[in-house]
Write a protein that binds this ligand. Structure first.
Ligand code: 1GP
Length: 240
């Protein structure tokens, strides 16, 4: 299983690599640095990429690190064989059938041929104070953050449908990340692991999410914006 917490860890740390935010010449150095800092895996993808060379970026990442590279695709077009696995995401907070089944049908034969480990994931978008790119691209509404019973009902439905992880997503660069209260409430009802991402900017906040029960924390934007060479290490120390 690719997405696994190390035995001694409280929580796994995942670094999101957005193909639109990395330059081919920098990517090897960046991923080596993130792995050395304590990342457990990379997610790779974006809600809508403008690049047509994602294969070459993915290839560079695989060649330079030992931790898993897991596709986190915004659509069936973002599937590449240069990875170890794929989050087979169903956007269950929305009601757009393209993101509930259509992209899956398009991608399934290719995913099978590529031999990627498939990680069925219930993806739940939670409102974060502005319209995120996931919302715009998927043409779906996020769940209101104040209606916790509704968020729990969605997460439970994902588990009952057989999905192996629930991903609580505020959206990349979210102003308001998912709150510890939501994580605590969802975790008290679920048996499958919970991944949390979107707008997590500080190790302290990440620690609050882990204390509330998050099994995996995803960080992306903060690494692009920070000048601190130890930023990944600080997140890793806070969450593990
Ligand atoms: C987005 O959860 C990820 O899908 C990461 O979000 O870039 O805001 O850290 P950030």
């Amino acid at each position: 299983m690719l997405l696994n917490k190390k035995n001694s860890s409280r929580c796994g740390l995942i670094v999101l690599i957005d193909p639109d935010k990395v330059r081919e010449k920098d990517v090897a150095g960046r991923v080596i640095e993130f792995e050395a800092g304590g990342a457990d895996a990379f997610f790779f993808g974006s809600s809508q990429t403008v690049r047509n060379d994602i294969n070459s970026i993915a290839k560079i990442i695989c060649k330079n690190v030992k931790i898993p590279l897991i596709l986190f695709p915004g659509s069936s077009e973002q599937v590449t064989p240069y990875a170890n696995g794929i989050l087979f995401i169903t956007l269950i907070s929305g009601r757009n059938s393209d993101y509930l089944i259509e992209h899956h049908v398009k991608a399934a034969p290719f995913v099978k041929k590529m031999g990627l480990e498939v990680i069925p994931t219930a993806y739940i978008l939670i409102e974060c104070g502005y319209r995120t790119s996931v919302e715009r691209v998927s043409r779906t509404q996020p769940l209101p953050a104040s209606n916790i019973p509704n968020i729990i009902a969605h997460a439970l439905a994902g588990e009952m449908l057989g999905m192996k992880y629930v991903y609580l997503e505020a959206g990349s660069g979210a102003k308001n990340p998912v709150s510890p209260e939501i994580i605590r409430a969802v975790k008290s009802e679920l048996t499958i692991p919970v991944i949390v991402g979107g707008g997590i900017r500080t190790p302290d906040y990440a620690k609050k999410l882990v204390d509330a029960g998050a099994d995996f924390i995803v960080i992306g934007n903060v690494l692009e914006k920070s000048d601190d060479p130890d930023i990944v290490k600080k997140f890793a120390e806070a969450v593990k």
